[in-house]
Design a protein around this ligand. Structure first.
Ligand code: UD1
Ligand code: CA
Length: 458
């Protein structure tokens, strides 16, 4: 959309989250609450963005700058209500086009809905267009008052609404599109509500109507308008978002065997044909290629899973993991900053950190890349077609050449040349026929120890 400036209001205190973290920085499926709002603003092509923040929230400021470096940031101090917040933002807003007001704590708005709202404003030549909704628990929300012809004439805060309005009217989601050219006079007309010491942005609707300017409203699903003020509401937002994400991926051809048990970050990229078994978590930054299968109870973040790869069950892929076509990471395998090239396998009980495993290489059960010396991380390189026997410790920095073999139980501290066999463990000695003798000696020892055991007390 062109000519669209977005104002994100986020100067509220958020004390009901009951912790030290600023409310809008709480995580929702891999992005902060305000991060979701900024992503949505990007999706609708907002060409400028203003964030209204409290002056004492440097982390929120950093998050806005990280995600939208061109954003204007304005401080609201003291916070005198939503109307005051937009007054503070006004100098940073474009004087023409459309201003869209979003809340930093309302992360689930769909781009298409916001586009419809702006389109309605523009089509009707309205001064203000409001997004209504009908949540299951409407307590506390402002209400949309319509006239006999169904036109929006006012927004009424719940405390000022009569029983009839409370019972029948749609709720105000808080999202509004406003004709920028008329925003200044509208905000200039706001009066302080002394009882709350606030300027209500919602009052601009009645002010516009008094000017003879048209106002409009559309309704969205209540889920989109779900705001986060408490931990319980954060969990509800997560539930709503998960339902939405799972549905979108299934619609796209991904098989979720037990969808309600799969937890997805909002940015997961999953190719059609991928199968995800029950109880899988995809954290942020995961891409899964065509035909891959994620077996049950696997946890992935920041990982690329190539086409035809099988992961888990019970695998943990940490950031920087790259599994190329046909690689296999089995149960109780942890990877971090590890590339497994085409067809490489680590099937059981292994830690692969800061390493590269060559094409077709096989890493035996219990193998560990010892990548950390307590101070620094070091890299391990395993060549194409190499075979690492079970329970090897590869002490990095170290390199195992192409086609080399490392014997089971080896502690490898020196590079192994390509094609070599490395065995680095205590030498085995067999004493012929010694087993019966050993058993006899152990029996005698046991009897002697028994004789020494003090009698059981009590
Ligand atoms: C507001 C609306 C109400 C609507 C509800 C939807 C008003 C007067 N009322 O009520 O009709 O149903 O949202 O959730 O607008 N904020 C600031 N500065 C302030 C006050 C608020 O930036 O001085 C920000 C908050 O951080 C938040 C948003 O504005 O992101 C909404 O503020 P909040 O106090 O939650 O509004 P409500 O009173 O719930
Ligand atoms: Ca609120």
């Amino acid at each position: 959309m062109t000519g669209l400036s977005v104002a994100v209001l986020a100067a509220g205190k958020g004390t009901r989250m009951r912790n030290a973290r600023p409310k809008v920085l709480h995580d929702l499926a891999g992005f902060s609450l305000i991060g979701h709002v900024l992503r949505t603003a990007d999706a609708i092509g907002a060409d400028s963005l203003v964030a209204v923040l409290a002056p004492d929230a440097p982390e929120v400021e950093a998050e806005v700058r990280r995600l939208r470096p061109d954003a204007a940031i304005v401080h609201q101090e003291p916070a005198l209500g939503t109307g005051h917040a937009l007054q503070v933002a006004l100098p940073a807003l474009r004087a023409e086009g459309t201003v869209l007001v979003l809340y930093g704590d309302t992360p689930l708005m769909m781009p298409a809905t916001l586009e419809s709202l702006v389109a309605r404003l523009r089509d009707e030549g309205a001064a203000v267009a409001v997004l209504g909704m009908r949540p299951p628990d409407p307590a506390g929300y402002g209400r949309l008052r319509l006239d006999g012809a169904g036109r929006l004439v006012a927004l009424v805060e719940a405390r000022d609404a009569d029983a009839d309005l409370l019972a029948t009217a749609a709720c105000n989601s808080g999202v509004m599109a406003i004709d920028a050219a008329r925003l200044r006079p509208l905000l200039g007309g706001l009066a302080l509500h002394a009882e709350k010491n606030e300027y209500y942005l919602t009052d601009i609707v009645a002010l516009a109507v008094a000017q003879g300017w048209r106002c409009a409203a559309i309704e969205a699903s209540w889920e989109e308008g779900h705001g986060v003020n408490s931990q319980a509401q954060l969990a509800e937002a997560m539930a709503i978002l998960q339902v939405r994400l799972r549905a979108a991926h299934m619609e796209n051809g991904v098989t979720l065997v037990a969808p309600e048990t799969v937890h997805l970050a909002a940015d997961a990229e999953i190719a059609p044909g991928v199968v995800i078994e029950p109880n899988v978590v995809l954290g942020p930054g995961v891409r899964v290629g065509e035909g891959a299968r994620i077996h049950a109870f696997s946890h992935l973040e920041g990982a690329f899973v190539g086409p035809g790869v099988a992961v888990g069950p019970f695998a943990r892929l940490r950031p920087g993991t790259v599994l190329e076509q046909g690689a296999r990471v089995g149960n109780f395998v942890e990877t971090k900053a590890a590339t497994l090239k085409t067809g490489a396998k680590a099937n059981h009980l292994t830690y692969l950190g800061d390493c590269e495993v060559g094409a077709g290489a096989n890493v035996g059960a219990g193998t560990i890349t010892c990548n950390y010396d307590g101070f620094s991380k070091h890299r391990t390189r395993i060549g194409d077609g190499a075979f690492i026997g079970s329970n090897a410790a590869l002490v990095a920095p170290v390199e195992v050449g192409d086609g080399a073999v490392v014997g089971a139980g080896s502690v490898v501290v020196q590079d192994v040349p390509a094609g070599a066999v490395a065995i680095a463990r205590g030498q085995q000695r067999n004493r012929e026929g010694a087993a019966p003798l050993l058993r006899e000696r152990l029996k005698v020892l046991r009897e002697r120890l028994k004789g020494r055991t003090p009698p059981a007390s009590g």
